[in-house]
Each structure stands twice: as C-alpha cells, then as structure tokens.
Ligand binder design. Structure first.
Ligand code: ADP
Ligand code: MG
Length: 262
C-alpha cells in the first residue's frame, strides 16, 4: 500500500524552481528521514506531502488519493504536520492540556468547546508519552521552546494521523530536549492508524533509531533515496552537503563529521 507517491514533481514559486524531477515512494510501515542543506527544498517537499502546496507539474498521491482531484479537507484530516513555525502559532493563553485537546479541532476548524472523558483520557495519555504530564495546566506561552515543540507533537498525534510529517521538530532544543524527543519519536506507536512518518532534519544526530529510509535533497533535486542502511554513507552525504563528510552509525544512531579530502 502506498502512503506517498511523487512522480516527476516540480514546484515553481515566485519564478524560482524549488523542486524538480522528484520521484518518491513511501509505503506502509516506513519511517523516512529527509536530509539536505538549508534551502535544498526539504520543507517544500513536506508541504507538498501535506497537500498545503500543489505541484506545478507532475503527480502526487497521498494515502492513495490524487492531490488536486479529491476534497483536500477530508484528506488533510488524515495528515499530521508539525514543525517549529507551527509550534509558535499555538495560542499562548491555552493550557497545555487544552492545546492538545484542541488539536483535532484546529485542523477540522469546527467550533467545539467541550470534550468528552474519552478525549481527555487520550490527551492525558499523550502528555504522559511526551513527558508533559507535569505541565498539563501550564499556559503554552510560559513554556520553553522544547516543551512547546513537544506540545505541538502531542497536538498533532491527538488527531490520530495516518501520515505524520515532522519538519525539524528538534530545532531550537538543547541536547537533553533533543535526545528526549528523538527517543520518543523512535517509539511512536505504529498504531491502528499511523501508517508512515517523515522527519525533516539537517542533523544526522536527530535521526531516530527506528528510521527505515532516507531521501537526500540538494538544490531541489533528489540525490539519493532508499533504505537508510544502504543509502546513507559518507559518499552520498558529502555529495548532498557539498563537502567531505565522514558518516558513522552505531545502534541505529548516526553522526557526521568533516572528513579528510581524497
Ligand atoms: P529547506 O527546508 O531545505 O531549507 P525550503 O523548502 O524552505 O528549503 O526552501 C527551498 C528554496 O526555496 C530556498 O532557496 C528558499 O529560499 C526558496 N523559497 C521558499 N519559499 C519561496 C517563495 N515563496 N518564493 C521563492 N522562493 C522560495
Ligand atoms: Mg526547512
């Protein structure tokens, strides 16, 4: 079963070609990481997958539905999309618990104000999962950046997405915050609904151990895509970032450092 299918996708914005010739297949159960330097087009790729951008040419199928042919509002209910810019947009006066409870409402833009016991229990379980339970009554505006990003993740998971898209969810976190988030991402339940996840980063240290596939972008084009163990190596990463890099992997966690020329 296909979760994402990109065919010869191009995106032009403001006269500039941002992505070009992108083919990409994400299947059920896969966990992808998208790597590339600043400006490579990673966020744009994920925006296309989220259906908030429409390709200038080529075809995109999300959850077996052709973007452009189906009612996107319904498709979007199955897509969870989170990143630092969105985390900053959560209303600061909301309590952490209410921010999580209103996640599905924000997405569906309904105006429900009350929540049942079942929804409350689910929100509280997510807060526990993301080590936010002690902060349930705190106002979002008083949280640290890392805490707010975990709230954003809980809020996204509250919508029980089939496809989870995370754009640099660890940006701005300190080392402890990053490690906490990365380890929690690694154990995200592949529950009844969640079918695949895509994580954007430019730090190899942020790749969760559960990652199965990698896509490398440079200047809006795919340099490599495939199973992470076969695809992510010094040669591919050096080409992707345009400098000599040495890649190492240990227990499913990755590091890169400047390598010796030659
Ligand atoms: P990344 O997430 O990999 O850093 P982005 O997808 O955000 O890259 O951006 C890719 C490129 O597209 C960048 O060079 C950026 O400046 C450019 N870009 C993004 N939005 C626009 C826009 N609205 N008009 C023109 N160029 C844009
Ligand atoms: Mg980006």
């Amino acid at each position: 079963m296909s979760v994402l299918r990109f065919r010869d996708v191009r995106l032009v914005r403001g006269g500039k070609t941002i992505l070009d010739g992108v083919d990409w297949d994400v299947a059920d159960g896969e966990r992808w990481v998208v790597l590339g330097p600043n400006g490579a087009g990673k966020s744009t790729l994920v925006e296309l997958a989220s259906t908030y951008q429409i390709p200038s040419r080529g075809r995109i199928d999300v959850l077996d539905q052709r973007v452009g042919r189906v009612d996107l509002r319904e498709l979007r209910c199955d897509i969870g999309y989170a990143g630092a810019p969105l985390a900053r947009r959560i209303r600061p006066e909301l309590s952490v618990l209410d921010a999580v409870l209103t996640g599905p409402r924000a997405m569906l833009s309904t105006f429900r104000q009350t929540f049942g016991e079942e929804e409350r229990a689910e929100a509280k379980a997510l807060l526990m999962d993301l080590a936010l339970d002690a902060l349930a009554e705190r106002r979002v505006g008083t949280l640290s950046e890392g805490e707010r990003q975990r709230v954003q993740l809980a809020r996204t998971l509250m919508t029980a997405p089939k496809l989870l898209l995370l754009d640099e969810p660890t940006a701005g976190l300190d080392l402890a915050g990053r490690e906490q988030l990365v380890s929690r991402l690694a154990v995200l339940p592949h529950g009844q609904r969640l079918r695949a996840a895509v994580l954007v980063t430019h730090h190899l240290e942020e790749i969760p151990a559960s990652t199965t596939h990698v896509l490398m972008l440079r200047d809006g084009r795919t340099l490599a895509a495939g199973p992470i163990g076969e695809t992510l190596d010094s040669r591919a990463l050096s080409a992707c970032f345009g400098l000599s890099l040495e890649v190492a992997e240990r227990d499913g966690r990755w590091t890169a450092r400047a390598g010796v020329e030659g």
